[in-house]
Design a protein around this ligand. Structure first.
Ligand code: ADP
Ligand code: MG
Length: 329
């Protein structure tokens, strides 16, 4: 570890200051000044904090941490169908570790450049490692995808990697906890899904005007679907066996598959609804965004969530959502 006496402002200048592209004024003054949005667009804003030991393990490589801190925020823009514009970064860290900062900034800016979103400001302080990013995005007036739009009869869809599914991040966590053992190459695959999630920004944008509701999966399918149902005043039935999973997860005991896919968390995939008549549009949106989508259930008029297996029989177990104030650390 390289520890230096680099000061706060030198650190900001060295690692977090780049020439503004779209912004009128970026890092370095009391405020950033952003250019106006295109006509008829609304600003979408979201903020997500990552706390060591809670949202990431101390073993994560700093470049992956930089990636993930931005990815989870981009995922929220994706869930609203918003196009990324700018972000701020509030960073607390116990000491100035230049090799950490260099790697962290590299991972952060690699993803930022992929999505043409620019860092326009932030705050830097000493303290326990904590990363808080706020993202700003643009969405045409009235076209933001909301949790509240699901209608009875709509079909439920999830996005996922072409050769993967939900639950890998949770599976990686179980390996870290020592509850599951995997071969090294299998572990690498699921660990990457946990540490470097891919925000589905292009899909969110392509689903404007197609999806009736959307949410990104951060706390597990069952819990996040619960938010959609509560906001929409509807119920749903999902087929637990239709929920896509990777070959690695599919090779493990069925109860673990259900736990990881239904209550996993950290997937950062999109869960969305659309009327059956829009199936072709949903598939076209997925093809355009180069991501897979799978239909996993249906929205119902009666409240409540019914989870069935591939034969239509009720699933015996009830996976629960992650809740920061209800679960043990
Ligand atoms: P102030 O005292 O006005 O709050 P600061 O001294 O905290 O400003 O920050 C100086 C400048 O550096 C500001 O433009 C701020 O937005 C920016 N900044 C601080 N920390 C970061 C960071 N981690 N990433 C990007 N910009 C930052
Ligand atoms: Mg400040």
């Amino acid at each position: 570890m390289v520890t230096t006496t680099l000061g706060e402002f030198d650190l900001i200048a060295r690692y977090f200051t780049r020439t503004p592209q779209r912004a009128t004024l970026g890092v370095g003054d009391d405020c950033a000044v952003l250019a106006p949005l295109p006509a008829d667009h609304q600003l979408a804003v979201s903020c997500d904090m990552l706390v060591e030991g809670r949202h990431f393990l101390s073993t994560v490589a700093p470049d992956r941490l930089g990636h993930k801190a931005l990815a989870v925020n981009l995922s929220d823009l994706a869930a609203c169908g918003a196009a990324p514009v700018a972000f701020t970064l509030a960073l607390a860290m116990p000491r100035v570790d230049e090799s950490f900062l260099e790697d962290f900034a590299r991972g952060l800016f690699a993803l930022a450049d992929e999505h043409t979103i620019e860092l326009v400001g932030g705050d830097t302080t000493a303290g326990p490692l904590n990363i808080c990013i706020t993202v700003f995005g643009a969405v045409p007036v009235g076209q933001a995808l909301l949790r509240s739009g699901a209608q009875a009869g709509d079909e439920l869809w999830v996005s996922h990697p072409v050769a993967g599914g939900l639950g890998d991040a949770r599976l990686a966590l179980e390996v870290f906890r020592g509850a599951v053992a995997l071969a090294g190459d299998q572990f690498d695959v699921v660990r990457t899904r946990m540490e470097q999630p891919t925000p589905r920004v292009a899909l969110g944008i392509a689903l404007r005007g197609v999806a009736s509701s959307a949410i990104d999966l951060s706390d597990g399918l069952v819990g996040d679907l619960g938010h959609v149902l509560a906001s929409s005043g509807a119920g749903a039935t999902i087929d637990a066996d239709a929920v896509p999973r990777s070959a690695v997860l599919a090779s493990l005991p069925r109860a673990l598959q259900y736990e990881c896919t239904l209550a996993g968390g950290d997937d950062y995939e999109l869960l969305f609804t659309a009327p059956p008549a829009r199936e072709r549009d949903v598939k076209a949106a997925a093809a355009q965004a180069r991501v897979a989508v799978t239909r996993i259930g249906r929205i119902e008029t009666a409240p409540g969530l019914h989870i069935v297996d591939g034969q239509g029989a009720p699933l015996g177990l009830r996976p629960t959502a992650f809740d920061h104030f209800r679960s043990a650390a």
